[in-house]
Design a binder for this molecule. Structure first.
Ligand code: FE2
Length: 174
């Protein structure tokens, strides 16, 4: 009977694949791709949140301006952990702004003027979508037995749900 040796996926020299994590190559590929998209979405949402922080107006300017700054800080803090998680399991991450644009699922908002209510409503639905994407990545991590990434994702879901809660409460009263 012919013995089968485990197949090794080879990559170009600028992407050395060292699966020190012990995860299967297929899981590393799949989870890294999930993390790449998540990172692109979080960068896109970070910039949109800062955009709305900078361009906020109206009666509740101070409250909303400060809230969105807080949300921006939370999102920015996620970025390094997402990228480094991909590297820890032996994958790669985003390399440029154009790489973000290729991978983001959340849409940019380049409008000249956005009302405070529209800003908060849009961020609310973007954060809801982010939760959905995070849950999907969690499922992929479960399938690939990547407990540590799944654990980080649980915290990011909790933080995202907190942002959703605040945005829902304040956008109701406008
Ligand atoms: Fe600021």
């Amino acid at each position: 009977m012919k013995t089968m040796t485990p197949s090794r996926v080879t990559f170009s020299t600028d992407q050395p694949r060292v699966a020190a994590s012990g995860l299967a190559d297929s899981a590393v590929t799949e989870i890294s791709q999930e993390l790449r998209q998540l990172l692109a979405d979080v960068f896109a949402l970070y910039v949109k949140t800062k955009n709305f922080h900078w361009h906020m107006s109206g009666r509740h300017f101070r409250d909303y301006h400060l809230l969105l700054d807080e949300h921006g800080d939370q999102l920015f803090a996620m970025t390094d952990d997402i990228a480094e998680r991909a590297r820890k399991i032996g994958g790669t991450s985003l390399r440029s702004i154009s790489d973000i644009a290729r991978n983001q699922r959340l849409q940019d908002n380049d409008a000249e003027k956005v009302s405070p209510k529209d800003m908060l409503t849009e961020l609310h639905s973007d954060n809801q979508l982010l939760t959905k994407y995070l849950r999907h990545t969690h499922e992929v991590c479960d399938q690939g037995n990547d407990v540590a990434t799944a654990s980080l994702i649980e915290n990011w879901i909790d933080e995202t749900e907190r942002r959703i809660w605040f945005l829902a409460e304040i956008s109701q009263e406008i």
